[in-house]
Design a protein around this ligand. Structure first.
Ligand SMILES: Cc1cc2nc3c(=O)[nH]c(=O)nc-3n(C[C@H](O)[C@H](O)[C@H](O)COP(=O)(O)OP(=O)(O)OC[C@H]3O[C@@H](n4cnc5c(N)ncnc54)[C@H](O)[C@@H]3O)c2cc1C
Length: 441
């Protein structure tokens, strides 16, 4: 018998996290003259604004839409940080000192965010779940051992290599060959986290204007920024638009492209079943190229399952089918589970897989988190603001990374993602699945 994929009250297109949301209305036009203007009011922009205000600057924030409706309230809430690339890659790209420094800052960044949450009294369902990276193929377990060595060498972060037979403490599935477990990583509720930062900025009296896109910007500094709600003169600008960067910021849009990531929430499930499937209640993320990432909802009743159902926007029903199909590869018991929410958001991806904080043509910026921004976005947003104000606390090794161009992406529209999507689905996925299946024989 055909069972519909969606629950009767399903909200395709709306993030699960928004069930808890009450949006703050911020219709006021921005001030006409500020020392520092922050463009974009996600984690990066709000953290930048808070840091600039606390350093004594007159600051304002504008957002093209509702603050938070970018990636910052759509994500998986997995919270931890270590560079996406291994030490050898970073060494090749930026040299040994930067590679050491980038690994070294992982714990500093996580500590900064945990302290920020604590200091600002942000109630965001922060849970000490730990995070496990699950090896899709045997060869990935070798890489994991190398990553563990690097993390242990350069950071005080705890990390454990989990052999295949030890995975049962974390997840019940025969799918993976081993894991890399970060006990210090956390889970949070993205909307509550963003709202906490928003309220922290508003408590400080920082003006924040919604539906106020920067439509044009002069050469600067100082800058003249045009918006539909008025012109702003700004001594400095911090650009915090990440995966939603468009005209007039074409230089950035050619280097940080919007890679969609899809998530779904299942209907509430039997807690005993979930306890059996995910005994560790960890944040879980795979090593395959188009990896899935998944967790339980903060109340422990649902699976929140994410992945690159597609590298280009697609219909919500199709996305739900693809995500459920992938979830059933991990947990066949959930093959017929209904979906209550499915949505997507833009990650701001870079060709180096690394974020950067810096200045281009006088515009300070922090972006390019490549799918890992719950820690790095607020951390680097603060750095961007402090750099704009010329303060030494803005120093970070993330100034030495690069926003590279690629010949496949000549304009500010990522047409190449269509071809990349086809390549990954028809070749990379198949090769990885073939290797994984062969090793299980
Ligand atoms: C589906 C999904 C799952 C993810 N899961 C995780 C996870 O589990 N863990 C993790 O660490 N990271 C995750 N991420 C990444 C993380 O959410 C982002 O890195 C982070 O939210 C980036 O924050 P931001 O403030 O830089 O950008 P955003 O939150 O995207 O905000 C950018 C803002 O800029 C505004 N803007 C754009 N152009 C203009 C303009 N011209 N004028 C004014 N405003 C403008 C937009 O309206 C938007 O509000 C995920 C991302 C997605 C999409």
């Amino acid at each position: 018998m055909f069972t519909p994929i969606f629950t009767p009250d399903a909200k395709p297109g709306t993030p699960y996290w928004w069930d808890d949301a009450t949006w703050t209305d911020l219709p006021e036009p921005p001030p006409s003259d500020v020392e520092l203007l922050v463009i974009g009011a996600g984690y990066t922009g709000l953290s930048a604004a808070i840091a600039a205000h606390d350093a004594g600057a007159k600051v304002a924030v504008i957002d093209a839409g509702n603050p938070g409706k970018g990636a910052s309230t759509r994500n998986g809430g997995m919270t931890g940080a270590h560079p996406r690339l291994g030490w050898n890659d970073l060494n090749q790209m930026y040299g040994p000192d930067v590679a050491d420094g980038l690994f070294g800052e992982a714990q500093t960044a996580l500590d900064f965010v945990l302290d920020l949450i604590d200091r600002e009294g942000i109630d965001c369902d922060l849970q000490a779940t730990g995070r496990i990276q699950l090896a899709w193929m045997p060869s990935h377990t070798e890489t994991q051992k190398r990553v563990a060595e690097t993390v242990q060498r350069f950071t005080p972060q705890a990390v454990q290599v989990i052999p295949r037979e030890g995975l049962a403490d974390h997840i019940t599935t025969p799918q993976y060959f081993g894991g890399l477990y970060f006990p210090g990583h956390r889970a949070l509720h993205p909307w509550k986290y963003h709202n906490g930062l928003l309220q922290a900025a508003l408590r400080r009296g920082i003006p924040i204007s919604q539906d106020c896109p920067a439509q044009a910007i002069s050469q600067g500094p100082p800058f003249t920024v045009q918006t539909p709600k008025g012109t702003i003169k700004a001594g400095k600008v911090v650009l915090a638009t990440n995966g939603y960067t468009t005209t007039p910021f074409n230089w950035f849009a050619k280097r940080v492209f919007p890679l969609p990531s899809f998530l779904m929430a299942t209907e509430p499930l039997n807690p005993n079943l979930l306890g059996e499937l995910a005994p560790g209640r960890r944040m879980m993320v795979e090593t395959r190229a188009r990896h899935s990432y998944f967790r339980l909802s903060p109340d422990g009743t649902r699976v929140i399952f994410g992945g690159r159902a597609s590298m280009v926007p697609m219909g919500m029903e199709k996305a739900a089918f693809r995500l459920r199909e992938t979830m059933a590869e991990v947990w066949p018991q959930l093959a017929q589970t209904r979906v209550s929410h499915v949505w997507y958001g833009n990650t701001g991806y870079t060709f180096s897989h690394m974020p950067q904080v810096g200045v281009h043509d006088g515009v300070n910026f922090a972006m390019g988190y490549s799918g890992s921004g719950t820690v790095m976005a607020p951390y680097l947003g603060r750095k961007a603001a402090l750099q704009a104000l010329g303060l030494p606390e803005g120093d970070t090794h993330y100034s030495a990374t690069t926003l590279q161009r690629h010949w496949m992406h000549p304009t500010n529209r990522p047409h190449f993602l269509q071809a990349a999507n086809a390549w990954y689905r028809t070749y990379v996925d198949r090769m990885e699945n073939w290797e994984a299946r062969y090793a299980k024989r």
